[in-house]
Design a protein around this ligand. Structure first.
Ligand code: MG
Length: 373
């Protein structure tokens, strides 16, 4: 690994862990964070949680696990090229969706609606709650006891109300300062990953077509380039050659634009990064192209009637589960009845958020289907 840039996060400028621990042998603190994340139960559950398509709809679609791996791959490339802390971006990327509910965004929206009277539900904060509290594997602490900078990277956005409850982690949302460059990289690597893999999965599912994508600047430009280089190429190879070029263009644009920003607004260290404007960014043209792609996916994929049928059903499942557990908390497994310091709704939300898609469906059948227990 190249030597870290002066403005990168390193062990020397880290704010450390909440519970002090001895330094790990033969690996760094951020490697240890990554390793703890990979060994967590919540991480293994990502395999069976929906990204856009329900897990059982096809074996080749992204799940939240493969999405997280793609984010980590993209973020690591960017971090290495910019001499940022690659171990930290890997840890943040792998942890960023640990708190996601079953059934993708539909699940999160449904649970948020259920929790409206009880402080709401936000998957970012739930990811933090998972690594700070819910994982129960270590003798000396709850959660994974991750470094401040890893936890900071997980909380991408946060209302002022929630920020006040987060202590030092919430400070930046109230003071309007920035997180580390590593956290900023992960945020945009997430965007690059999902825009591109949703195009891929959307095409694979047949819900969107190459013809429709011809109207989207970023796609049109790259598919034309592939067709010119390989006339007659079609099918999966045409799609993949286009998508790999899109990812590459976005990653290179991000690295170049960020280098320009760092040239124009020099920062000497991490403290100055926190006080500067957001420095990790796409160029204005690429930002606009990304926005156009997101708009396309929203209209044609996320709101496709077949996706909406799935999300509608998912919302009903989550709403039913929540109502049943709130009405009769004794239906909950005992560890969730006692959890969350008497905040029953939060205990229910923790239980539901931790479910995989198929576990939620099974639990729904167990509670509601006649003849099944
Ligand atoms: Mg994500």
């Amino acid at each position: 690994m190249p030597e870290l840039a002066p403005y990168a996060v390193c062990e020397a400028n880290s704010r450390g862990r909440r519970v002090a621990e001895e330094r790990p042998a033969k690996r760094g603190e951020f490697q240890r964070d990554r390793d703890r994340i990979i060994h967590s139960t919540a991480f293994r559950r990502l395999e069976y949680k929906t990204q856009v398509f329900l897990n059982h709809e096809g074996d080749l679609f992204r799940t939240r696990l493969t999405h997280s791996l793609e984010v980590a791959q993209i973020a690591r490339n960017i971090a290495r090229a910019m001499r940022l802390n690659e171990d930290l971006v890997e840890a943040v990327s792998l942890a960023h969706d640990l708190g996601h509910t079953p059934f993708g965004h539909a699940g999160q929206d449904a649970l948020n609606r259920c929790m409206r009277e009880h402080g709401g539900f936000e998957h970012n904060l739930q990811s933090l709650r998972t690594v700070d509290l819910l994982e129960d594997r270590y003798a000396a602490f709850d959660g994974l006891n991750l470094c401040f900078e890893t936890r900071e990277g997980i909380v991408k956005h946060c209302s002022p109300e929630n920020a006040r409850q987060l202590g030092e982690l919430g400070e930046r949302f109230l003071a309007h300062t920035r997180p580390s460059l590593e956290a900023q990289v992960c945020n945009l690597a997430d965007e690059i990953a999902y825009n591109n893999h949703d195009v891929d999965d959307g095409l694979r599912s047949g819900l969107i077509t190459l013809e429709q994508l011809g109207d989207v600047t970023l796609f049109a430009r790259h598919v034309a380039e592939v067709r010119q280089t390989y006339p007659g190429l079609g099918g999966r190879r045409l799609i993949h050659e286009t998508i790999r070029r899109m990812i590459n263009t976005l990653v290179c644009d991000l690295i170049d634009t960020t280098a320009d920003n760092l040239g124009r607004h020099p920062v000497r260290d991490l403290a100055e990064v926190r006080l500067a404007q957001p420095l990790v960014a796409f160029s204005p043209g690429m930002h606009e192209a990304q926005r156009e792609m997101k708009g396309f996916l929203r209209t044609h994929l996320y709101r496709h009637y077949r996706v909406l049928r799935m999300t509608n059903k998912a919302q009903r499942i989550i709403g039913d589960l929540f109502s049943a557990f709130i009405a009769e908390p004794r239906l909950l497994p005992p560890q969730y009845q006692a959890a969350s310091g008497g905040d029953q709704a939060r205990g229910v939300a923790d239980y539901i958020a931790g479910m995989t898609d198929r576990y939620a469906m099974k639990e729904h059948r167990r509670l509601f289907a006649v003849g099944e227990i």
